[in-house]
Structures are given as structure tokens and as C-alpha cells.
Design a protein around this ligand. Structure first.
Ligand code: FES
Length: 176
């Protein structure tokens, strides 16, 4: 049952996902990916990782290293929509810090909180905002991904349009 934010994925679901990927290349990554996908809040709770570790006979520390190495794995509940701002050098030079500050302002998040945390989710669970080291598309910087769609050469106006479209209502973002 998935009744609370900290709920775990059911034993039956875990067993069926493990069985599906058994013996295939990349077993651990694909299993973790699918387990995260089936969680309604798109994250991997500690209890779920512990059960997976036991069931797959993979040390918890190894599993945890994988989850913390890849940025697409989440250890905290995620909002309905995701916003990922690139903070690599090229994007920083082209103003990604300003975009992050604007996003913080729009969603009432303390300045600097997003950069220092793995991710920040708005109180209404609508948006999770996080940063990434580089999307590998530096020539199109600054780059922002919203719900998995990559947007390049993003400025405040473009950001406003993207967020308004996703949120289905206007947002009071400052337009430069
Ligand atoms: S630094 Fe942003 S895409 Fe590479």
C-alpha cells in the first residue's frame, strides 16, 4: 500500500520488478529505475532500498552509492513536476544562477537552498527543483529541463512561458 509520503513499495511489486530484470545486463540500475518509477512520489525510500538490498543480495552501501551517484535517482519525495537547472560553467556564465534565483522567488524558496540541497519540493508538492552539473549541451546554455524536456538558451521570459504552461496558470516571475 502507498498511503503516506514515506510509504514503501509493496513486496509483491518489488519481487515482480526484480524477476523481470533478473539475469539482464544493468540489472541494478534498471531495477532501481523501475522501482522509483512505480512509487507515486517518484523516489526511493530508505525502507525500499533496504528490502531491495536484501532481496537482490547486494550490500546496502553499494546500492546507496549507485543511487547517490546518478542524479536521476531521488532519495526524497518528488513533486508532480520537475525543474532541473544546469549549474555547469557554461550555463553559469550565461546566467543560470539568475534563473535559479528567479525560480526560488516564484516558489518562495530561500535563496541558495536549491544549490545546497539535493532537491527542494514546494509545499504543495507541485514542483521539485534541483540542479545538475552539466546536461552536455553547453553550446545551448543556459539549459533547463522541465518534466524531462530540455530547453536551451533559456532566459526569464522563456522560463515564465514554460512554467506557466506546465503549471496551467500564470506565475509572477520577474521578466528581464
Ligand atoms: S554547463 Fe550547462 S549544459 Fe553544460
Amino acid at each position: 500500500m502507498e498511503s503516506t509520503q514515506q510509504s514503501i513499495v509493496s513486496e509483491i511489486t518489488l519481487d515482480s520488478i526484480i524477476e523481470k530484470h533478473q539475469g539482464k545486463p544493468g540489472l541494478l540500475l534498471t531495477t532501481l529505475e523501475e522501482v522509483q518509477e512505480v512509487h507515486p512520489l517518484k523516489f526511493l525510500p530508505h525502507e525500499t532500498l533496504t528490502r531491495l538490498s536484501q532481496k537482490m543480495r547486494i550490500p546496502y552501501t553499494q546500492m546507496y552509492s549507485v543511487v547517490t551517484f546518478y542524479s536521476f535517482f531521488n532519495l526524497k519525495p518528488q513533486g508532480k513536476h520537475s525543474i532541473v537547472v544546469c549549474r555547469g560553467t557554461a550555463c553559469h556564465t550565461k546566467g543560470s544562477k539568475g534563473l535559479l534565483d528567479e525560480i526560488s522567488t516564484v516558489f518562495g524558496i530561500a535563496s541558495g537552498e536549491i544549490d545546497s540541497e539535493q532537491s527542494v519540493t514546494t509545499a504543495d508538492n507541485e514542483f521539485t527543483i534541483k540542479t545538475v552539473a552539466c546536461f552536455g549541451q553547453c553550446a545551448q546554455s543556459p539549459v533547463v529541463a522541465v518534466d524531462g524536456v530540455i530547453y536551451s538558451n533559456v532566459n526569464s521570459q522563456k522560463l515564465l512561458k514554460i512554467l506557466a504552461k506546465v503549471n496551467d496558470k500564470p506565475l509572477s516571475i520577474r521578466v528581464k
